[in-house]
Design a protein around this ligand. Structure first.
Ligand code: 13P
Ligand code: SF4
Length: 333
């Protein structure tokens, strides 16, 4: 058996060992997860082949809810680092694995903890709401976490005169502010994938497909949201395409979600909204796509890389996530 080199894993972020070609990789993953009582949680932005083998596929809220209640001993997170970190904070007694430690998030990176701590200090008396796309350090500075599924309800759950800091996504923050009419201090962060959509190319597609509806994630810029027929989290976009009688949709979010949309509605056409870069037809998150079946196989086999966090940090960050889960439970989200 190959010996894993732990310093090499730290350097690369993943286990770089070839899988024996005679093995059926999916059969092996199934065998190991059963034997080890492991659960595979995958975000909608993962490659279709990974979504298809996951025990649960969902959006950020659904994945946190699953992590909080799973009876498994091992959680293998097919997603990005902040998601696996959230799972570890919610289930500290479990082993949480991520197939690539370098699967990060530009939005989480746009909110450095020291700068954010100074910002909060400058604005005393504000309730801090942060999007789940943040590091554990930011969660520890936050009163209530939200996701794109529940951001609106969480803001509305606070008294109308409550002073709110909203971080880190400026597009989601501006969108929630425009819908609720609440005054919020919004951190100036963004996701590079959702800010890359080209309005011009989307409108060109709409001209070619006048019967198509434009659906968009609230992390997109205002100019895209203004032309959208429906705005929502990945789950909300998916449900909309299932329930709506329309047969064609231009989808402005990461292209992984098209896999579920096509599975749920094989008779409908889903067109990925194009980015500004004219050499590309769709928008992939390179961090999400760092996770591969081979890395999942090696991660399950060697139980590495593992998410580890200081106990104190987890204890400081947990309250803000639990508050979100309580509100979501109460509102049946
Ligand atoms: P949701 O999972 O809340 O739809 O957010 C999408 C996202 O950007 C995750 O990185
Ligand atoms: Fe982060 Fe954007 Fe990738 Fe989501 S799509 S993980 S917000 S960089």
């Amino acid at each position: 058996m190959n010996i894993v080199n732990k310093s090499e894993i730290v350097r690369l972020g993943f286990i770089d060992i070839d899988v024996d070609k005679s093995l059926d990789i999916i059969e092996e993953i199934n065998r190991m997860r059963k034997k080890k009582n492991a659960v595979i949680l995958a975000h909608f932005y993962q490659d279709g082949s990974i979504q298809d083998i996951a025990d649960f596929v969902g959006d950020s809220l659904g994945l946190s809810q699953q992590a909080a209640k799973t009876g498994a001993d091992i959680i293998l997170f097919a997603g990005v680092h902040f998601m696996a970190e959230t799972a570890k904070i919610l289930a500290p007694e479990k082993k949480v694995l991520i197939p690539d430690l370098q699967a990060g998030c530009s939005l989480a990176d746009s909110c450095p903890p020291d700068d954010f701590a100074a910002f909060i200090k400058k604005h005393p008396g504000y309730t801090v709401i942060s999007y789940v796309n943040t590091t554990a350090d930011i969660k520890a500075l936050t009163d209530i976490i939200c996701t794109s599924t529940n951001a609106l309800q969480i803001v509305e759950s606070l008294p109308e005169d409550e002073k709110i800091i909203f971080a880190p996504d400026r597009n989601l923050g501006n969108y929630i502010q425009s819908v609720t009419g609440r005054e919020m201090l919004i951190w100036d962060g963004a996701c590079h994938v959702h800010e890359a959509f080209s309005l011009e190319r989307i409108l060109e597609l709409k001209k070619q497909n006048p019967d198509a509806q434009i659906i968009a994630h609230p992390e997109c810029e205002k100019q895209i949201l203004i032309v959208a027929d429906h705005i929502g989290s990945t789950t909300s976009l998916l449900n909309y395409t299932v329930r709506n009688e329309g047969k064609k949709f231009i989808v402005a979010t990461e292209s992984g979600i098209l896999h579920q949309m096509q599975k749920e509605s094989p008779d409908k056409l889903f067109i990925p909204a194009p980015p500004n870069d004219s050499t590309c037809a769709c928008n992939d998150c390179e961090y999400m796509k760092m996770i591969t079946l081979k890395k999942i196989y090696n991660t399950l086999k060697y139980e590495l890389p593992e998410i580890t966090l200081e106990q104190d940090l987890m204890d400081q960050a947990r309250g803000s996530i639990l508050r979100m889960l309580e509100i979501s439970d109460r509102l049946k989200l």
